[in-house]
Design a protein. Structure first.
Length: 332
């Protein structure tokens, strides 16, 4: 039964043509992940959102996992990267140069995953979470590769759901490092527009959520946030991030006070669900103008209550958050 203190509100924004007229200026198409800050800022936001949150323990666990990602990313092992010719061919084909579903996983991904989990293990108290961390660390290479392939290809039935966020953390670190290293090797311009525009221009993955940004060149503009490599790319507002339709778009949001009465983004309007009547999907949108500290993955994770309400209305989630997967999965 829905909490009577929680309601939803439907609102509409400017249409794409009006936004284009008002934009006038050039905004960056891509915001590539920054090695020094991408996971550190995410971990900080998770800790902020955890205070007095019903999912406090899980948010703090994921914050520790993300902090371990940050540490590993600072000196990640060298991995094979696409050469200039491969990058050029991808650009001409409107394809990402590091497709997450196809790119060969170098053995370094397992080494760095185990290093990441070793760092996490040191921070956790004895209990079920630590047992899962140690089980994944001790798993053989073939099992880890199978779990990684299931994750990056969306095959839920093959997943060990308890281990999935841990394996996902290793995949995210691998592809985030590969994107950063490729940009360093060939320049940021190696990553361009792709078709469809709903996939990450760097690794082709689906977004977790979108973020409307603030700042001189980006104010009011929306960026989709990649669920794997943390790249953000510009995407027109009032446009479905699943079917690219511009009609029948509406927005729903929670209107409930935060449990401790404070202004937390996941509760007080910084997070909305953009719903498409044409395809029946929705994607979360987090607004920096409402809360400058929002972070797409963290705020998406902390607003699961909004997913439940929108799902009850018949919409299907388009975004992917690898830190919280749903489905009938089996242990392998």
């Amino acid at each position: 039964m829905t909490d009577p203190t929680t309601t939803t509100r439907t609102s509409r924004l400017l249409d794409p043509e009006q936004i284009a007229i008002q934009a006038g200026r050039q905004m960056p198409f891509l915001r590539l992940p920054q090695r020094a800050t991408v996971y550190g800022e995410r971990a900080l936001r998770l800790r902020q959102l955890a205070a007095a949150h019903p999912m406090r323990d899980y948010l703090l666990f994921i914050a520790e996992l993300v902090q371990a990602q940050h540490q590993v990313l600072q000196d990640y092992a060298s991995v094979p990267l696409p050469d200039a010719a491969a990058c050029d061919a991808a650009a001409r084909g409107l394809l990402p140069p590091l497709p997450a579903t196809l790119w060969p996983l170098d053995a370094a991904w397992r080494t760095e995953l185990r290093r990441l989990l070793g760092l996490l293990d040191q921070r956790l108290p004895e209990g079920p979470a630590r047992e899962v961390v140690r089980r994944v660390m001790a798993a053989d290479d073939a099992w880890l590769d199978r779990q990684a392939d299931a994750l990056r290809n969306g095959i839920a039935r093959s997943l060990d759901l308890a281990a999935a966020p841990l394996v996902a953390a290793g995949l995210q670190a691998f592809f985030t490092h590969a994107v950063i290293a490729t940009a360093q090797a060939h320049g940021d311009a190696v990553f361009g527009r792709t078709d469809p525009a709903t996939g990450c221009p760097c690794c082709g993955s689906a977004p977790t959520a979108s973020v409307t940004r603030i700042g001189a060149d980006e104010s009011g503009h929306r960026y989709l946030a990649c669920s794997v490599c943390a790249t953000q790319w510009h995407y027109v507002r009032i446009k479905c991030a699943h079917c690219e339709n511009t009609r029948g778009i509406s927005y729903q949001q929670l209107e409930a006070p935060a449990p401790d009465g404070t202004a937390r983004g996941a509760y007080l309007g910084a997070v909305k669900a953009e719903c498409c009547e044409s395809c029946g999907h929705y994607l979360k949108m987090v607004a920096m103008e409402r809360d400058p500290e929002v972070e797409p993955m963290a705020d998406d994770l902390a607003s699961v209550a909004l997913d439940l309400l929108v799902s009850e209305a018949g919409h299907q989630r388009a975004g992917v958050n690898l830190m919280l997967l749903f489905g009938d999965a089996e242990s392998s």
